[in-house]
Write a protein that binds this ligand. Structure first.
Ligand SMILES: Nc1ncnc2c1ncn2[C@@H]1O[C@H](COP(=O)(O)OP(=O)(O)OP(=O)(O)O)[C@@H](O)[C@H]1O
Length: 263
């Protein structure tokens, strides 16, 4: 369980996150929604150790993890998906997955000289794991394709796949559906549901696609102006006057997003 207590993140005099408190229950697929500029990505970045908070606390399973760097959080099973960096575009999808786990024996000179067999065994195991992940995500046919040449949606699946190469406990997904076609979005949604049900992953998802949110997420947490405005099921949220007002207040485009209409 992640508990965020009275979190603030200021940029100069601007309060991007302004006293947000929320709980992400273990085993849930929790959505974080809100109008543009509500502070969602900033909140994610603070929880994931990318940005230090101005004040407030983040507690994971009873441990204060406020401000810990991403690699330490990674080792604790808290992961945030990242776009595949440009440098890795020429590597194949399988290789991109095989690069994720840290602390392999091959990293030390000693092992390079004396542990060849162990390295070969580890590499074989990693390769098998990567292939299993690709199959789970239904993109096994892309194993030998350069990551830079697959579609936007397939890249999103690969980003999700990277979290499956380690023992993730909680995964933060930022706009996994952005620019992804409906069919692939459904595949991504299926993968998230299966990871949640079969492998016990907890998810926290920022997403503007209300159909996607409605299918996957409970609860839905709404942010506005750096604070948590409401929490509930998708139907409760859509009927909440304060939520409608927050979306309306930022323009019709945002209100359309709440209703799930095509933008
Ligand atoms: N590094 C920064 N320096 C200054 N202001 C920032 C910085 N990062 C974010 N902001 C501002 O903080 C506010 C919240 O941004 P944030 O990206 O967290 O919102 P969001 O809810 O994720 O919005 P969106 O749905 O549009 O992605 C915005 O007004 C943004 O311009």
């Amino acid at each position: 369980m992640i508990i965020v207590q009275d979190l603030h993140k200021h940029f100069g005099g601007f309060h991007a996150v302004d006293g947000a408190s929320l709980t992400i229950e273990t085993g849930s697929i929790t959505a974080l929604i809100g109008p543009n500029g509500a502070g969602k990505t900033t909140l994610f970045n603070v929880i994931a150790g990318v940005l230090p908070p101005t004040s407030g606390r983040v507690v994971m399973d009873g441990e204060d993890i406020t401000g810990l760097p991403p690699h330490v959080l990674f080792s604790k099973g808290l992961l945030r998906t990242f776009q595949i960096a440009h440098e890795f575009h020429s590597m194949t999808c399988r290789e991109n997955l095989m690069m994720v786990p840290a602390g392999q024996s091959g990293e030390t000179l000693w092992n390079t000289w004396f542990g060849r067999k162990r390295i070969a065994d580890e590499e074989r195991a990693l390769r098998a794991k990567a292939d299993e992940v690709l199959e789970f995500l239904t993109i096994e046919h892309l194993a030998d394709h350069p990551a830079g040449q697959v579609s936007g949606g397939q890249k999103k699946l690969l980003e999700l796949g990277r979290t499956m190469m380690v023992d993730a406990k909680i995964v933060f997904l930022d706009e996994v559906g952005a620019g992804v076609n409906r069919t692939l979005l459904n595949t991504i949604g299926d993968a998230i549901i299966r990871l949640n049900r079969e492998r016990g992953y907890t998810f926290c998802v920022i997403e503007h696609d209300m159909d996607f949110i409605g299918r996957l997420c409970d609860p839905v947490i709404v942010m506005a102006e750096g604070k948590v405005l409401a929490q509930g099921t998708i139907d409760e949220i859509k009927a909440d006057e304060a939520v409608i007002e927050a979306y309306l207040g930022t323009g019709l485009k945002n209100k359309d997003k709440l209703e799930g209409a095509e933008a």
